[in-house]
Ligand binder design. Structure first.
Ligand SMILES: NC(=O)c1ccc[n+]([C@@H]2O[C@H](COP(=O)([O-])OP(=O)(O)OC[C@H]3O[C@@H](n4cnc5c(N)ncnc54)[C@H](OP(=O)(O)O)[C@@H]3O)[C@@H](O)[C@H]2O)c1
Length: 165
């Protein structure tokens, strides 16, 4: 039986997660939540998401980057050629904490189809935002709201949701 993993993402009401290779918002509270939630864990992400997250392999995280470029490997950073291969690496004994799948677009879509996707930590930004990367429709797979905290900054209203199957 494969080990359960979590998905962690932030998306707008229209499911936008990215624009021009970056997040379409700067929400300090959400980024702090993301880093705290994944600290001490094994994090899986695509090459572009990894390139934008300078602290991916810090704070006790072990990063597994999905890429065709093996030269990205370094201490605390492994590379894998697919999500399936990344999940196999993530199950190795000795890797820290829980497993979090951190994007981007096609990796979220593939992860959501797997039965071992146990929980979704979703920051829902209450706005329709222009973008070129999207989160898959999650509501049928993760219908149960396990926790919710509403918050806001000067520009955005958002909710931290913990969702279960
Ligand atoms: N809001 C959020 O929660 C969130 C989270 C993550 C990312 N984002 C945003 O999303 C965007 C980045 O995501 P993205 O979807 O463009 O890229 P990505 O998934 O981070 O990276 C794409 C790269 O990953 C590798 N890859 C992905 N799927 C693969 C597969 N099935 N098999 C082999 N290699 C695979 C390839 O790397 P190679 O070309 O090296 O082979 C591909 O070019 C940015 O705008 C970022 O800010 C948002």
């Amino acid at each position: 039986m494969p080990r359960p993993f979590n998905i962690i993402a932030a998306c707008a009401e229209n499911r936008v997660i990215g624009r021009d290779g970056r997040l379409p918002w700067r929400i300090a509270e959400d980024f702090a939540f993301f880093e705290k939630q994944t600290a001490g864990s094994t994090v899986i992400m695509g090459r572009i998401s990894y390139a934008t997250w300078t602290r991916a392999a810090q704070d006790g995280r072990h990063a597994i980057v999905i890429t065709r470029d093996p030269s990205l490997a370094r201490p605390n950073v492994q590379v894998a050629s697919s999500l399936t291969a990344a999940l196999v690496l993530a199950e190795a004994p000795g890797l820290p904490g829980e497993i979090y799948v951190c994007g981007g677009e096609s990796i979220f879509a593939e992860a959501m189809l797997l039965p071992q996707a146990a929980k979704l930590y979703l920051t829902l930004v209450h706005a329709e935002i222009a973008g070129d990367r999207h989160f898959p429709d999650w509501r049928a797979t993760f219908p149960r709201e396990l926790a919710r905290r509403d918050s806001a900054d000067a520009q955005w209203r958002y909710s931290f949701l913990t969702l279960g199957r």
